[in-house]
Design a protein around this ligand. Structure first.
Ligand code: MLT
Ligand code: MN
Length: 310
């Protein structure tokens, strides 16, 4: 199974278009230790020819350009693409708006939870994806499904499952109390297994908390991509960027007693990779103390273009 990180950044990417903080400034200016990052998405393939995207980021056009595996097959018809399916993990802007760039009549299958499909269905702009070509398929939490292209199996089985999280920012209901109207299915994780080999990994780019069911599920995993949004819960406030904690955004921080570095210490996972890393996070500076800390705890920081063969 081949995995390609198309984008490793959180919403906004690095540099973020309107951001003047150190990481963004340095990424913009070509700093050798702060590389640009596009918004989070990965591509997965069992046969190396047909690919499934996990989320479709607003940077998808550039991500396809930068990824030779996603270029039209040179020996194919005049219009073709290796992208055969897209699976969404939530309805966030950084994960769904790339769908709008996949118009032009290409056939692929779109998989999402009932909640996220409801959002897509309610927004008529997504009708740029011709429903006869792009089937919208509802996935059932806890139930494995074989990922299909319009022409047949893609050799992958995916199990979607609910994780603690928050409804997309633009759907928040202020009056709904502390969870802003979040319901099950607003944020999901994916367990991806290659049918032929049994090789597998987890994809969880957004998660508010590792609760016991999630801990039990991921224990013993071969590999996990996990929410690496912030290093500290308050870092966006501290850098004067946004008056919001990570907790308020439905994301976990890396450091501290409630952070992923500590929590994953006693979960047995062979390979742990952070993704969806916010432009405020000091681990994006590859010579920072914080980067050393996460690497010393066995974590990798994903980067755009990272390739993994499982
Ligand atoms: C998030 O990950 O919390 C969202 O992408 C935030 C946003 O929509 O800006
Ligand atoms: Mn996001």
């Amino acid at each position: 199974m081949q995995i390609k990180v198309l984008g490793s950044g959180a919403g906004g990417g690095l540099p973020q278009w309107n951001c003047n903080a150190e990481n963004s400034k340095d990424a913009r200016n070509g700093h050798e230790h702060v590389k640009p990052r596009s918004q989070s998405s990965i591509a997965v393939s069992s046969n190396g020819k047909d690919w499934v995207l996990l989320n479709a980021s607003p940077d998808i056009r550039q991500q396809i350009f930068d990824t030779k595996q996603l270029h039209p097959h040179a020996d194919g018809p005049m219009r073709n693409s290796p992208i055969q399916a897209v699976i969404l993990t939530n309805g966030d802007v950084d994960h769904v708006t790339g769908l709008l760039c996949l118009r032009e009549g290409h056939a692929f299958n779109l998989y999402a939870s009932n909640r996220v499909l409801g959002t897509i269905n309610a927004n008529t702009i997504f009708n740029v994806l011709n429903k006869e070509k792009v089937q919208r398929l509802e996935i059932t939490l806890g139930t494995p499904f074989e990922v299909m292209s319009p022409n047949g199996s893609l050799g992958l089985e995916v199990t979607p499952f609910a994780v603690p999280g928050k409804v997309a920012l633009y759907l928040e209901k202020e009056k709904a109390g502390t969870n802003f109207g979040t319901e099950e299915g607003d944020t999901i994780g994916l367990y991806v297994k290659e049918i032929a080999t049994g090789k597998s990994f987890y994809y969880i780019p957004g998660c508010a908390m590792v609760d016991q069911p999630l801990r039990d599920r991921i224990e013993g995993a071969e590999m996990i991509f996990f929410d690496g949004t912030l290093f500290t819960n308050n870092e966006m406030l501290d850098q004067g960027l946004l008056p919001k904690t990570g907790e308020r955004m439905g994301h976990m921080n890396m450091s501290g007693d409630d952070g992923t570095l500590k929590i994953f210490e006693d979960i047995n996972i062979t390979r742990k990779i952070y993704i969806h890393i916010n432009n405020s996070n000091p681990v994006l500076r590859d010579n920072s103390e914080e980067r050393k800390i996460v690497e010393s705890k066995g974590w990798e920081v994903s980067y755009d273009g990272m390739e993994i063969n499982l």
